[in-house]
Design a protein around this ligand. Structure first.
Ligand SMILES: Cc1cc2nc3c(=O)[nH]c(=O)nc-3n(C[C@H](O)[C@H](O)[C@H](O)COP(=O)(O)OP(=O)(O)OC[C@H]3O[C@@H](n4cnc5c(N)ncnc54)[C@H](O)[C@@H]3O)c2cc1C
Length: 375
């Protein structure tokens, strides 16, 4: 062996990876996180986080208010023509940039005793001799009893672990940028435009997060992202009002493609998948980060049982998959069925009518797409 040994190795130091690592380390388990980028980093994300995970984050040492996160208590949705509906959120949440959130979690992980290697991509992972994993990077191999795949929505590793998923091409594109612009502090709003939808919320420093999901076909029609926003998105009167007065705080918007909402397995080749690597929900539910964090908790509980020799590897994998499905399957299905209503002139206008006439429906839909606060 030319590497180091750990109880657990986590591939990917995003939300799911960092939260799992902190929880494991605070339970006295030796853990290594391998992250291909450096911290901190801006990421394409709406940056609204549901209160579902607040108690759990607090237990791990993360308190959003200490970082100036904005408290969110209202939700607004608008159709292409600007018809809108607003409601109080039953649980609410907070808004914080991924840059600051990941930076803080990174620091809590280090203070909790997590070993972290950055700027290093995992190139392969194999389960050798039925008991341990070998995790390969360009310079070094590492060994562990358990490996968590927390490498996000899509990674070079999918080619090795689940090639069928990796080679499926998709048309989705995600864009995010921070702006100096107007929006109410306690509101998260979601606005339809032809071929996509756009989320807005204020974050810790008073900047406005604007992020949207659309398709390649829409993006290709415009020369620049700015033109796409000023001409295409701005056909929705709410987005027009925002983009007219907003000034970008980034040199360039972040753009990602190949976003795949296809079904994934929670365990592949004995690797326990967490976060987007386990399953990705449509961003319109505003729930992917909460799922990544809540999923980390469900996973860590089983890993601890296994390492304490209370359950077998097979039982750990089965319990994890079962608990994950129980917690998240309904939300994923709901997201899948609501998504086609978005980005289309007729369906989004049609869907907004009953929401306006029966104001109880919107909070119900939000509660169905979110979980209960973690006890
Ligand atoms: C447009 C858009 C808007 C969204 N808005 C919201 C929202 O408002 N609220 C919400 O809750 N969710 C939202 N989401 C979803 C949310 O961003 C994700 O669900 C969340 O980031 C998942 O966290 P993760 O830890 O699984 O992945 P990530 O945070 O992406 O972390 C994965 C990490 O793995 C690393 N990695 C990948 N491959 C390797 C490798 N081979 N070796 C080492 N490291 C590797 C990556 O560098 C990355 O740091 C949105 C998503 C999109 C696309």
């Amino acid at each position: 062996m030319n590497g180091s040994n750990f109880d657990v190795i986590i591939i990917g130091g995003g939300l799911a990876g960092l939260v799992s690592s902190i929880d494991l380390a605070q339970r006295g388990i030796s853990v290594l996180v391998i992250e291909k980028n450096n911290f901190p980093l801006h990421k394409v994300c709406g940056e609204y986080l549901s209160n579902e995970v607040r108690p759990y984050l607090k237990r791990l040492g993360f308190v959003p208010e200490n970082l100036g996160a904005k408290k969110i208590s209202r939700f607004m949705i608008s159709s292409l023509d600007g018809t809108s509906s607003t409601c109080e959120m039953y649980m609410g949440g907070f808004s914080i940039s991924r840059y600051l959130l990941d930076k803080e979690l990174f620091s809590i992980a280090l203070n909790s005793g997590v070993a972290i290697v950055t700027d290093t991509a995992v190139t392969n992972v194999s389960f050798v001799n039925g008991t341990q994993f070998e995790v390969n990077t360009a310079n070094k191999n590492y060994y562990a009893k358990v490996v968590l795949g927390a490498y996000g929505k899509r990674s070079n590793l999918d080619k090795e672990i689940r090639s069928q998923f990796f080679y499926k091409r998709t048309n989705y594109v995600g864009v995010k940028c921070h702006f100096k612009g107007d929006h109410e502090d306690d509101l998260v709003s979601l606005h339809n435009f032809e071929g996509g939808y756009c989320g807005l919320s204020k974050i810790e420093n008073g900047l406005l997060n604007i992020s949207y999901l659309t398709t390649n076909n829409v993006v290709k029609r415009y020369r620049t992202i700015k033109e796409l926003e000023q001409v295409h998105l701005s056909k929705n009167p709410h987005l027009h009002a925002v983009f007219k007065n907003a000034h970008s705080a980034f040199n360039k918007s972040l753009v990602i493609s190949q976003i795949n909402f296809g079904i994934k397995q929670t365990v592949e080749k004995h690797v326990l998948m967490v976060g987007d690597a386990a399953g990705m929900i449509h961003p319109l539910c505003g729930n992917g980060m909460a799922m990544a964090i809540h999923g980390a908790k469900i996973c860590v509980e089983q890993v601890q049982q296994f390492l304490n020799e209370n359950i077998s590897r097979n039982e750990m994998e089965m319990h994890y998959s079962k608990n994950w499905d129980k917690q998240f399957k309904t939300r994923l299905t709901l997201g899948k069925y609501i998504e086609p209503l978005f980005g289309n002139k007729w369906t989004s206008n049609l869907a907004l009518k009953p929401l306006k006439m029966l104001p109880g429906i919107l909070p119900k839909l939000i509660s169905l797409s979110h979980g209960e606060a973690i006890k």
